[in-house]
Ligand binder design. Sequence first.
Ligand SMILES: Cc1cc2nc3c(=O)[nH]c(=O)nc-3n(C[C@H](O)[C@H](O)[C@H](O)COP(=O)(O)OP(=O)(O)OC[C@H]3O[C@@H](n4cnc5c(N)ncnc54)[C@H](O)[C@@H]3O)c2cc1C
Length: 375
Amino acid sequence: MRILLAGAGHAHLGLLRHARRLRTAGVDLSLISPPRFHYSGLATGILSGALAPDAGEIDVARLAADVGVAFHPSEVAAIDREGRQITLEDGTTLPWDALSLNIGSRTADLHALGDAAGVWAVKPLSQLLDLGRWLNAEIALTGRCPALVVAGTGQAGIEVTAALVGLCERSCVTPRVTLVGPPPGGVWAPPAAIRSVVAAIERRGASILDGTVVSRGERRCRLASGQEIGCDALVLATGLVAPRLAGGLDLPVDPAGRLMTLPTLQTTEDARIFATGDCAVGASDPRPCVGVFGVRASPVLAHNLAALAGGRPLRAFRPQTTWLSIMDLGDGTGLALRGHAWWLGRLPLSLKRRLDLGFVARARAAPVAGERPDV
Ligand SMILES: Cc1cc2nc3c(=O)[nH]c(=O)nc-3n(C[C@H](O)[C@H](O)[C@H](O)COP(=O)(O)OP(=O)(O)OC[C@H]3O[C@@H](n4cnc5c(N)ncnc54)[C@H](O)[C@@H]3O)c2cc1C
């Protein structure tokens, strides 16, 4: 059975460790992905300058080679469900018997701001890393922080604002960072935790402005209210939605365009297409876009792809109902969140570093014994 893995997100990175088991089950596995993966848990630490630029980078091409999986360093441009083939960005077509999607998410861009010069989105993460390089170069050139506007007051907007302030603190320049959006709130953290973290970034020099960025002009941004504010760089942290590729499949999706899946990780109306991570959402147990769900789904996905090839029963993935999330606030502190519990301080960040650097080290390491290619 020819199974194509589209995207080297968290679930597929884990699945590579099961390559031999899949081969034994009769699966001919191929992976299509950009050659390098950027791990989101370390992205804001890199942006703030606390970590080296390559701290979260994983060489996917090498990992695939290590386990004998055919690798195509490209992106899937189109999927033909009827004809059971995909087209890559360079025009190559590949046939499949089953397809597994782990292609992450993109930043929602309701006001089509993303294509203008001087606009960076939090996803794909490569843009956030480019923003850090640009900002460091600007500060080195001018000796001051350019006017930075972060659109979106959710978890990513607040974390990125904190990281930008951290970058300024490390460069010994006064931060000029404005976070624009509705008053910070939402279900991602208890209200008291959000108030504490917002107060902390305001104390460090960030400003919060109630509004919506609707357009971008020369060194300015316009808000829905008509107000204009100075803006040399605009960062979009306006929510995560599924890549357009997922929406183009004519399969059921949620309002964010995420493919609806069964507990077996198959899409609800095409048993030959599996989807995991941010591009998917369990129809019976929806969860937000958080990396841990892809990591946890990985062994179930490996089992189910092997079971599909062998004609055996598939297993169910049951995502946890509470999970740990730790924000890096760019100044050596972090905000840990789990259900209704939260903790702001230095210890949460040390724990985050241990977990995230551990993840990257394990993902970079040679595959576990017994999973080396037998060819
Ligand atoms: C600023 C920020 C900080 C975050 N911090 C955390 C955190 O600390 N912890 C946490 O759990 N979550 C965090 N998140 C959320 C996290 O980024 C996502 O939930 C997680 O990355 C989703 O994992 P995934 O495996 O679905 O996809 P991803 O990790 O996004 O991986 C998808 C991969 O697919 C590739 N791809 C995309 N399109 C195609 C295509 N057409 N063909 C082939 N390949 C393709 C991409 O290049 C990418 O390598 C953060 C998000 C942001 C924006």
